[in-house]
Design a protein around this ligand. Structure first.
Ligand code: IGP
Length: 263
């Protein structure tokens, strides 16, 4: 469980030459009852891990698609503790690593130590807390460490090199390279600086570097995976699942992860 499971799973995928692919879904979008089915489906599609968002009323980094999914989940009354309870109910049945993505406020209300313990109980392997900067992470770091839960850091293109190198050094499981300036959401193209950004992060990092924000198709995913190690796809996946287009999700994951062809 935890850090080790995440590390091993990603390593195994990379050993077969695959690009890594982490889909993001919003917990409770479509009701909590379908969460198990969705995670199992993504596992079967060949996803490397699942990033599971906790709905929150003030999601500052989220673009419109993720915000709307959050509203749908909040309307169903879904909360952090309900998601954790639900995850523990089928933890033995899944093999795919689960990463919780939550803003800090719900953790603060729940209690950081209680949160780490509940994540452990629920079989959560890693966490992403986008609004908790390095300087504030001591409030929860020790508790996560004790339970062997990976703390994934976000690296932004606007950060100076020293900061990037520090984030890369501290990130566990993988490093999340935020590949646009702005909020989450589908974009047609990426800035030409992204490639250099990913290559730089790869030099700083001992863990895989995954590019997220604005990735919506397999061509983009493969291009970014050539510079880094893989991608995280949120808005496109959330949208497709909401429309019931599971076959397209499957294709997207399979085409994005295809083993790299050596020319
Ligand atoms: O939706 P996109 O552009 O594909 O980006 C991934 C993103 O949605 C997911 O990782 C995420 C959702 N909310 C976040 C908040 C901060 C960082 C990351 C996230």
């Amino acid at each position: 469980m935890g850090k080790e499971k995440l590390k091993k799973t990603l390593q195994q995928k990379q050993d077969t030459g695959q690009n890594l692919f982490v889909p993001y879904i919003m917990a409770g979008d479509g009701g909590l009852d379908i969460l198990e089915e969705r995670i199992t489906f993504l596992q079967e599609c060949g996803a490397s891990a699942v990033e599971l968002g906790i709905p929150f009323s003030d999601p500052v980094a989220d673009g419109p698609t993720i915000q709307e999914a959050g509203i749908r989940a909040l309307e169903q009354g879904v909360s952090l503790s309900m998601v954790l309870d639900h995850l523990s109910s089928f933890k033995e049945k899944r093999s795919i690593p689960v990463i919780l993505m939550t803003y800090f406020n719900p953790i603060l209300i729940y209690g950081p130590e209680r949160f780490a313990n509940a994540c452990d109980q629920a079989g959560v392997d890693g966490v992403i807390i986008p609004d908790l900067p390095l300087e504030e992470q001591h409030t929860i770091n020790g508790f996560l460490n004790e339970k062997d839960i990976a703390f994934i850091q976000l690296a932004a293109m606007t950060s100076p090199d020293e900061r990037l190198s520090e984030l890369a050094g501290k990130s566990e499981g993988f490093l999340y390279a935020v590949s646009v300036i702005g909020t989450t959401g589908v974009r047609a193209t990426h800035n030409e600086k992204v490639k250099g950004f990913l290559e730089k992060l790869k030099e700083y990092s001992n863990v895989p570097v995954l590019a997220g924000f604005g990735v919506s198709n397999a061509a983009q995913a493969r291009e970014l995976s050539n510079a880094g190690d893989g991608v995280i796809v949120g808005s496109r996946i959330v949208d497709l699942l909401h429309q019931g287009e599971t076959e397209t999700v499957k294709q997207l994951i399979q085409e994005s992860t295809q083993p790299k062809v050596k020319l």
